[in-house]
Design a protein around this ligand. Sequence first.
Ligand SMILES: Nc1nc2c(ncn2[C@@H]2O[C@H](COP(=O)(O)OP(=O)(O)OP(=O)(O)O)[C@@H](O)[C@H]2O)c(=O)[nH]1
Ligand SMILES: [Mg+2]
Ligand SMILES: [Zn+2]
Length: 309
Amino acid sequence: MSDRDGIVLHGTGGVWRVRLADGEECDATLAGRLKQDDRGGVKLAVGDRVALAEDDRGGWRIAEIAARTAVLSRREPGRRAGERVLAANVDQVIVVFAAAQPEPHVRMIDRFLVIAEGNDLRARLVLNKVDLVDPSALDTLAADYLAAGYPVHRTSIKNGVGLAALRAALNGRVSAFTGPSGVGKSSLLNVLLPGIDLRTQEISASVNKGRHTTVGARLIALPDSDGGYLVDTPGLREVGMWGLPSRELDHCFPEFASLLHDCRFADCAHEHEPDCAILAAVAAGTLSRARHESYLKLREELQVAERRY
Ligand SMILES: Nc1nc2c(ncn2[C@@H]2O[C@H](COP(=O)(O)OP(=O)(O)OP(=O)(O)O)[C@@H](O)[C@H]2O)c(=O)[nH]1
Ligand SMILES: [Mg+2]
Ligand SMILES: [Zn+2]
């Protein structure tokens, strides 16, 4: 019996497509004892690293699922237990905004970054369509995110700026793209995945499996990369902040971290408390006022949700 290691690309719940280390792909079924988790859900997700073993009919079965690093999951409002894993072992979220058309809104950028932090996922910010603005126009915006520790990419589909650097940042990692409508996500993916028509492939995948339809997300191998994958999920934008307790929100702003233990109160909300290190840093100009305002707005939103559920 030969064992082979691979990564799960997509599946129907019954048959899973696995990409092996050498780039070869095969279909595999899930061993009975691995099928259900404690809550009765399917234990396997796209992105899982698995070991295959030959079954007795010459096919492959998934014999083992490796322990996961971070997962990207969707939560339902008011149902903390109802978490659904969209993809396993996601290394980073690529938050895409446009330099213009549409204008980047910091509040919205911060919401996407908080969702990534809430899922314990690292994030990068892509500011696309830089061909539409003066190069210096983005400096103030970019500075806030660089100070928070997020890599910032400036890209353009029109003139190719920044695409090589973005491709390099995707190499060897599993990345999920997200961002609002019209910022150029599909345009970027078309450049990064030449020849792959995402929509067409989705349809043919479900047709090929007969009565099964592809569930959840898909992983797509990046061409000419060393183990780089993109997660194709329709649901990422709706992942939302559900389940994130408002008192933990300050941990979702990485640049706050070194200051938090300097607040006088351990449960400081950084709103109007005395001797708050965050408020002091904002007043001193060493912490971004815009980021702090985002924190207050998002916290209010989480508190409203907490009162409702
Ligand atoms: N000037 C300029 N236009 C761009 C660039 N990238 C994308 N666009 C244009 O922006 C528009 C929206 O691009 P899409 O790729 O469809 O955006 P999207 O993020 O996939 O949008 P949704 O699918 O609605 O979420 C299209 O008309 C693109 O041609 C760029 O770098 N510069
Ligand atoms: Mg699109
Ligand atoms: Zn404080």
